[in-house]
Structures are given as C-alpha cells and as structure tokens.
Design a protein around this ligand. Structure first.
Ligand code: SAM
Ligand code: SF4
Ligand code: SF4
Length: 342
C-alpha cells in the first residue's frame, strides 16, 4: 500500500520515463524549431542506472511506467530496457508511447521483452498533412507500425493532438481508422507546453467541440463513468460500442488527481509537466548514493509537491506559449516536451 502523498494528498504512482530527447519527426506542436540544445550524451542514463532508479520508485509506490521520449524507439536496444523493467516486482503496467515510425521492426522484440501496452501517436490520415505537420514523409511507416502493433498486441491506443485548422476535420475518420485496427483513439487538447511556441488559444479544439462534432455524426455519445481512474482521458462510447477518449488537459485539467511525474533521459525528475525545476537524481546516483538516500530524496520531493501547472495556466487571462522559445528553451533542454516526455 502506498502512503507517499504530496501536499494535496495525491499518491506517487505513475512514472513517465523519457529515454531520449531526440526524435525522428519534428511535430509542429512539440518540436517546431530547427535547432535545439540536446542533452549531452554522457549525461544520459545507462539502462542499469535507469533500472536502479526504477527500483527506488517502485519501492515508494510507483506501479505504472510509461516509456516515452523524444522518440523512445530511437534509443538503441529498447527491448533490453523493457526486459530489465518488465519483470520487476510491484509493476502493474508497462506501456510505451511512440510515433510509430520505427515500430514495425521492433514490435516482436518489445512484446517478447514484456511490454504490456502500446500507444501510437497519429494526428492525420492525409499524407500531405502528415508531412506538413511532422516535416517527414513517414505516414506509411506509421501505418505499418500500427498494423504490426495491432497484430502483436491486439488492442492499442492512438493519440491525436487536435489542432484547429489542421486536423479538426478528421475526428470521424480517425475514429473509423481506429475501429479498423482495434485502436481506441484519444483526442488530446493542444497544450501550451515547452516548445509548442505555435500554440495559441484559438488553435485549441476543446473537449466540448470534439464531443459536438462526434455526436453530430454518430448520434448520442455516452460518458463512461470510472471514478476510480486517475487516467487523464475521459472515456466515451458510441452507440455501436466503439470507445474513445478525450484528454482535456487545456480546458479542463486533471491536476487534482494527478499522480504522475517524469524522469528525463539524463535523470532529472520533474513533478509536473509545467515545472521549471526538477530534482537531479543522476548526480547522487553517480556519486554512489545508497538506495536509502535516493529514497529520502524522492520522498521529500514528493511530499513537498504542490504543482497544479495546467490549472494555473488555465487561470491566466492572457495566455501564450509557456516559455518563449528565444529565451529558455535553447538554453535549457529540460523545459521541452520532447525532453520530459509529454
Ligand atoms: N515521440 C513519441 C510520440 O510522439 O508518441 C513520444 C513522445 S511525445 C512528446 C508524447 C505525446 O505528447 C505525443 O502523443 C504527442 O502528441 C504529445 N504532445 C506533444 N506536444 C504536445 C502538445 N503541445 N499538446 C498536446 N500533446 C502534445
Ligand atoms: Fe512528435 Fe513525439 Fe517527436 Fe514530439 S517527440 S516531435 S510529439 S514524434
Ligand atoms: Fe499533473 Fe502538472 Fe499535468 Fe496538472 S499540469 S495534470 S499537476 S503534470
């Protein structure tokens, strides 16, 4: 039983492990610039170091881990890391979020290594739009990845960031595509995090609008009640039983129940997506800190947590991108979504 709670009584449960800050796409809403300051390679944790930190987190109540990035499948030999983590005691859920480009080749090894669930990000079904949005002509590779994930995992999730004027006319097509690959689509509201410097309130398509569009097409949409869930997505069902989710992180944030924190590839621990400062776990680890010392560091950090980043952003009147790209982003890669893993 986990009794490590933060100042609002939120337990430490969900850990997002970013394994690299590099990516093979340049999504407009995540990594729009040409140049970034990347994490120094020597700072990136070795798998053994990541595994050691995971043990400490698991001993303090974490029971769900999501591997992410950057693009996690760019990290060499991801199945080896999955294997190191998947059999650990206390872990109930091991998932991976990927853009899908490299997935087809790795899916069998990931499954064999013990990966439990997979989410593929896909924002559009149009090749020209995909290229405009990500700067790479890789839609076919993503489809291949999704097809492979469907074959190996059966049920999958598909994450779509909805952006006005970009893909808000594809909600129904994406649901239909999801049906064809046994994928539950989750529509994500465009967030003003990190490098999303092209964010503006006008480009956010709200949960309400997504529901309106889908009910105009499908008829009544029923909310699925799951009060026990701390998952960010509200889930809904269409009349034919098809389910989908909406992550209303911008217009109706879920900070109140947020049990997630993020470990960057270089071992910085962030208690909120919007936190500007993290807790360095790499330095003590490399200096030989004991398990008890690491536990104490994480425990005191979580006990002092009072972050409600998205709620605070919502309360702001005049809202723009979180950090102006010309200021901090180029100097501190940790402020980027692609560093802290979305
Ligand atoms: N590269 C992998 C991928 O794209 O799935 C994993 C990392 S990515 C940072 C994780 C998730 O964050 C993706 O589903 C992506 O769509 C989402 N994301 C990135 N920037 C976002 C933004 N500005 N608003 C909402 N979601 C965003
Ligand atoms: Fe796109 Fe994911 Fe890469 Fe960000 S990290 S640019 S969301 S593929
Ligand atoms: Fe959790 Fe921070 Fe996101 Fe709120 S903004 S849901 S506290 S990570």
């Amino acid at each position: 039983m986990n009794d490590l709670n933060d100042l609002y009584g939120r337990p430490l449960r969900n850990l997002r492990l970013s394994v690299t800050d590099r990516c093979n796409l340049r999504c407009e809403y995540c990594m729009p610039e040409d140049d970034y300051v990347w994490l120094p390679r020597e700072d990136v944790l070795h798998f053994e170091e990541t595994s050691a930190l995971v043990d400490v987190f698991l001993s303090l109540g974490v029971d769900k881990i999501r591997l992410t990035g950057g693009e996690p499948l760019l990290r060499r030999d991801m199945p080896a890391l999955v294997k190191m983590i998947s059999s650990k005691r206390g872990l109930n859920d091991l998932a991976l979020t990927t853009n899908g480009v490299l997935l087809a080749d790795q899916i069998d090894a990931l499954k064999a290594a013990g990966l439990g669930r997979i989410t593929v990000s896909l924002d559009t079904l149009h090749r020209d739009r995909f290229k405009a949005l990500t700067r790479f002509d890789q839609l076919d590779a993503v489809h291949a990845g999704i097809g492979a994930a469907h074959r190996v995992f059966g049920r999958i999730k598909i994450d779509t960031v909805v952006i006005r004027g970009v893909n808000d006319d594809e909600l129904v097509s994406l649901i239909e595509y999801g049906k064809s690959v046994n994928g539950e689509v989750r529509f994500i509201e465009y967030m003003d995090v990190g490098g999303a410097s092209r964010w503006s309130p006008a480009r956010v398509v709200s949960r309400r609008e997504v529901l309106e569009t889908l009910s105009q097409h499908y008829g009544a949409v029923d909310a699925i009640d799951d009060p026990a869930s701390s998952a960010p997505a509200d889930r809904y069902a269409l009349k034919d039983g098809t389910t989908f989710g909406i992550i209303a992180s911008t217009t109706a944030p879920f900070c109140r129940t947020c049990d997630r924190s993020r470990l960057t590839a270089d071992g910085m621990w962030y208690l909120c997506l919007y936190a500007t400062r993290g807790i360095d776990l790499r330095a003590p680890l490399r200096q030989g800190a004991s398990v008890e010392q690491l536990k104490a560091l994480i425990t005191s950090g979580w006990r002092a947590r009072d972050d409600r980043g998205a709620e605070e952003r919502l309360a702001l009147g005049d809202r723009r991108a979180f950090v102006p790209v010309q200021d901090l982003l180029r100097k501190d890669p940790h402020l980027e979504m692609h560093t802290r893993g979305g």
